[in-house]
Ligand binder design. Structure first.
Ligand code: OGA
Ligand code: NI
Length: 364
């Protein structure tokens, strides 16, 4: 949202300013003719309806964390976490590794460029290049981490740096955090803490390392078109300085500004499915980068989409009652991913699984 909202006056001042303006009988053209260079406060959109994505302090030992997460997953599908235990230097190193990957010689990185979605490490520009209405101003490197990771030498060597294996270090940290989050989210659904982990929601991990270079005409395109994530949960490390991420909340695009050290968590389609709509996978997007520096972000997806498993996921039985029957049919993750890739990005794939009998009920 626009942060340039200073200068909102008291009710009385505002009333007077409105009257003064009206009395000029010269309209806004009169203001321009008088040579104003800044916007008078009466024209500035007030920020009292501005929404903010909730922040959860994971070191807050009082019991309210579960309640906060429940509320955030229900109403936003997004929340930020602070005091999550991941050292700042590990996050910084990860961002720097991604920067090195993109900024190395073209001959070095071209070997990773591929649209073959069975490759566990590859980079591409726009997964949906041939399917979307417009292409987004972004490149993405994808690294599959678990289960069954590729051989170590398949990963770009730029992530091994100063004696450190950054992809491994950061993903180990994220797995610990993922474990904590899935326990909290299970409880937020009223289930035993290990329920989602026992369902293997945390079994698979994929990194999506995005590079959003300076865009020559940022108002004409997007960095990442609106979409939902086709996973259980995403942990997003945003560029620590450059913003652009927005989430759709009550029909408005709300900024999630960068905040050093903070991670952004969002509910994916598969969690919406198994929670039977208790938690929501919400559309989000990234504006094209207008700044002179590249914007770098790293999404960590919890999903096993590489495993051709017959394991099916549907609404969790413990959450169903006669008043709250299953809203979706079951699917394997591989089938879901295929349907997601064929649909326009965004909730369409999930909608296809919705049980027809329930549609009318949902619309009320
Ligand atoms: C994603 C995503 C946002 C960002 O990877 O699905 O929404 O800030 N990324 O790059
Ligand atoms: Ni996303």
């Amino acid at each position: 949202m626009d942060s340039n909202l200073e200068g909102q006056n008291s009710e009385a001042e505002r009333a007077k300013a409105l009257k003064d303006f009206d009395d000029t009988k010269a309209g806004v053209k009169g203001l321009v003719d008088a040579g104003i260079t800044t916007l008078p406060p009466i024209f500035v959109i007030p920020d009292d309806h501005e929404f903010k994505v909730p922040t959860v302090d994971l070191q807050n030992t009082n019991k309210s964390i579960v309640g906060e997460i429940r509320e955030a997953c229900k109403s936003w599908g997004f929340f930020k976490v602070i005091n999550h235990g991941i050292p700042q230097d590990v996050m910084d190193e990860m961002i720097e590794g991604v920067r090195r990957f993109y900024e190395q010689e073209q001959e070095e990185k071209v070997q990773f460029y591929s649209r073959d979605n069975t490759r566990k490490v590859r980079y591409t520009s726009n997964f949906d290049l041939y399917r979307s209405k417009f292409a987004s101003w972004r490149d993405t490197l994808m690294c599959h981490m678990a289960p069954n990771p590729p051989e170590h030498d398949q990963y770009p060597s730029v992530f091994c740096w100063n004696g450190r294996d950054i992809l491994k270090d950061y993903s180990e940290q994220l797995n610990k955090l993922g474990d904590t989050l899935f326990r909290l989210i299970s409880q937020a659904l009223g289930l035993v803490p290990n329920h989602l982990i026992d369902m293997e929601c945390a079994k698979g991990n994929v990194f999506y390392c995005h590079y959003y270079p300076t865009c020559p005409e940022p108002a004409k395109t997007l960095g990442h078109a609106k979409h939902t994530d086709p996973d259980f949960l995403t942990i997003l490390l945003q560029d620590q300085k450059i913003g652009g991420l927005q989430v759709l909340h009550q029909n408005q695009w709300i900024d999630i500004p960068p905040e050093k050290g903070t991670l952004v968590i969002n509910v994916g389609d598969l969690l919406q499915l198994i929670s039977n709509d208790k938690f929501r996978s919400v559309e989000h997007r990234v504006l094209a980068n207008p700044t002179p520096s590249p914007r770098i972000s790293v999404g960590y997806f919890f999903t096993t989409n590489f495993e051709k498993s017959d394991k099916k996921y549907g609404p969790i039985k413990e959450l169903l009652t006669p008043e709250s029957p299953a809203l979706y049919r079951e699917t394997t993750i591989a089938d879901y991913i295929e349907s997601f890739a064929n649909a326009a990005l965004g909730g369409a794939a999930l909608a296809k699984l919705r049980l027809p009998a329930m549609e009318a009920k949902q619309k009320d």
